[in-house]
Design a protein around this ligand. Structure first.
Ligand SMILES: Cc1cc2nc3c(=O)[nH]c(=O)nc-3n(C[C@H](O)[C@H](O)[C@H](O)COP(=O)(O)OP(=O)(O)OC[C@H]3O[C@@H](n4cnc5c(N)ncnc54)[C@H](O)[C@@H]3O)c2cc1C
Ligand code: FES
Ligand code: FES
Length: 505
């Protein structure tokens, strides 16, 4: 166990009161805190790695005048990261008990009972909390929950007994039950109060959450040995699965400058502390065809904690956002303290990487923004994720293509690939094979071979090297077919009648 002497108190709002916990060790997960320190065992531990959703809890943060509710995985979230937030677990959502009548249930719980959404019950607290977040974000705002909404909200929860139909039924049934609302004015007032509590002396560095960029960079420069964390959806697994322990943790998620998506005339700047949920929302807003891809990145609780900056900085060769961002021509902005000012440098995203999980960032540098060019007329772009499971799975191969075609000729081609090299990569040879060529089947056939030959992927548990090479070329063929319209390449939407007519024609 690491020294905890200097840990500042952890404070959050729960069950109508501010909770203050001294000496919470920096590596303690929120789930450990709940179950072992607070003896609140309603929240369950299943996988301990963000996959099953049994540990789902809901956090609340002020978003202007509103409360923003997010379902998160408590098993991989460090406890200190919820400092200053509101927290709800499955034990906190039923209306106040009077100890004389049976405990009334929250609509999310009652609907699970009514629809027979629980059998062994192990997954149930997690499902209930995902439903609670959906209830707050939709039902309490007068918005209907569709089947699609329900599926998206429950994308991070697994059940091995019940089957999903009754649980999806419950997600829709809860909106018909008598409304139960959170006293948001009280929560917001307490969140405001929490911001005024002094954060402890500088010497108390075991878990630091600076509020502005200058402070973050100063701490990064003074303590390069501290583990930098954002949403902790990668780092959390190093703690729970690899048993790594950090004496100092530097959390960048409170840095005001890094929490926004900024719109400029030609690009979108996504701050490194913006969650994957919000970052994808901005990308989808500009390019609606990315909606499905955004839902295939992990499940909702992981996207609610994890950041786009963390995905890029972590630099996994099978990370999903990088092939997309490379194809879209994104740049990264790195920042560091320079004397009394802040120095920036900007580079193409693919130039960030120097080898497997290695990058050009200096020990005192931080990835601050990802700048993504906006869509322009005449672009045709797609991103394809190939994984064993359709949802909540890691890519075997990810390919993203962005072509600008004028009068049937490829004017520019930008292609990013994942799962085929030690880093996310740009397919430069294939781009060169396409630019200046007529956009025809013959050009595509040649480029398919170039793409298959361009990389030497490895075989692992996700796919063989041969499969990866083959599928790369096939995805380019699919892109060509989609660019021609009318041909059905999405098997889930395949209409056999239409396909027969197309073949006959
Ligand atoms: C169940 C599950 C499913 C997942 N599914 C997918 C998936 O489908 N596709 C996919 O691509 N990924 C997936 N991931 C991986 C993960 O969600 C992403 O890599 C995530 O984006 C990391 O962001 P974070 O904020 O959680 O980073 P953290 O875990 O906090 O940090 C990751 C690394 O990046 C560094 N870092 C973070 N921010 C910065 C910064 N601003 N500057 C410099 N360094 C920084 C940290 O020091 C650390 O080394 C999944 C993870 C889980 C647990
Ligand atoms: S215990 Fe499985 S996601 Fe947390
Ligand atoms: S009810 Fe048993 S795992 Fe879901």
């Amino acid at each position: 166990m690491l020294n905890t002497m200097n840990t500042k108190p952890l404070r959050f709002f729960r069950r109508g009161a501010i909770v203050t916990l001294p000496d919470v060790e920096p590596n303690r997960t929120l789930l450990e805190l709940l179950r072992e320190d607070l003896h609140c065992t309603g929240t369950k531990e299943g996988c301990g790695e963000g996959d099953c959703g049994a540990c789902t809890v809901v956090v609340g943060e002020a978003d202007g005048e509103q409360l923003k509710y997010s379902a998160i995985n408590s098993c991989i979230r460090l406890a200190h990261s919820i400092d200053g937030m509101a927290l709800w677990t499955v034990e906190d959502i039923s209306p106040n008990e009077d100890h004389h009548t049976p405990t009334p249930l929250h609509p999310a719980q009652q609907a699970m009972v009514d629809c027979h959404g629980s059998q062994c019950g192990f997954c149930t607290p997690g499902f209930v909390m995902s439903l609670f977040a959906q209830y707050q974000n939709k039902t309490c705002k007068g918005q209907a929950i569709t089947r699609e909404d329900a599926q998206a909200a429950l994308s991070g929860n697994l059940c091995r007994c019940t089957g999903y139909r009754p649980i999806l039924d419950a997600a829709q049934a809860m909106q018909a039950l008598p409304l139960q609302v959170v006293n948001e004015a009280e929560v917001l007032l307490n969140l405001e109060l929490l911001t005024h509590i002094p954060r402890g002396p500088e010497a108390d560095f075991s878990y630091k959450s600076p509020q502005n960029l200058a402070d973050l960079l100063a701490l990064r420069a003074r303590h390069p040995e501290a583990q930098l964390v954002a949403g902790c959806t990668d780092v959390g697994l190093w703690v729970t699965k690899m048993h790594m322990q950090f004496a100092k943790v530097l959390d960048l998620t409170r840095v005001a400058e890094l929490r926004h998506v900024e719109q400029y005339s030609h690009h979108i700047a996504i701050g490194a502390a913006v969650t994957l949920t919000d970052a994808f929302a901005a990308l989808v807003n500009d390019r609606p065809h990315l909606a499905e891809f955004s839902h295939r990145f992990a499940g909702l609780p992981v996207r609610n904690s994890g950041t786009l900056g963390g995905n890029v900085a972590n630099g996994s060769p099978i990370g999903d956002s990088m092939p997309l961002l490379i194809a879209l021509g994104a740049n990264v902005v790195l920042t560091r303290q320079s004397g009394t000012s802040i120095a920036h440098r900007e580079l193409p995203l693919e130039d960030l990487y120097t080898g497997y999980r290695k990058n050009v960032m200096a020990p005192d540098e931080v990835l601050a923004w990802i700048k993504v060019p906006k869509a322009i007329e005449g672009d045709f772009s797609r991103v394809y994720k190939i994984s064993k499971r359709f949802e909540d799975d890691i890519s075997a191969v990810c390919l993203s293509l962005n072509l600008h075609i004028v009068n049937g000729v490829v004017r520019s081609a930008s292609i990013g690939a994942g799962g085929v090299a030690a880093t996310p990569v740009r397919a430069r040879k294939t781009q060169a094979a396409l630019v200046g060529q007529a956009w025809t089947q013959a050009t595509v056939q040649q480029a398919m071979q170039t793409l298959r030959d361009e990389f030497t992927p490895i075989s692992d548990m996700r796919a063989t090297a041969a499969y990866r090479s083959t599928v790369l070329g096939n995805l380019l063929q699919r892109f060509w077919l989609e660019s021609q319209g009318g041909v059905q390449t999405d098997l889930r939407k395949l209409n056999l009648d239409n396909t027969a007519k197309e073949v006959a024609a």
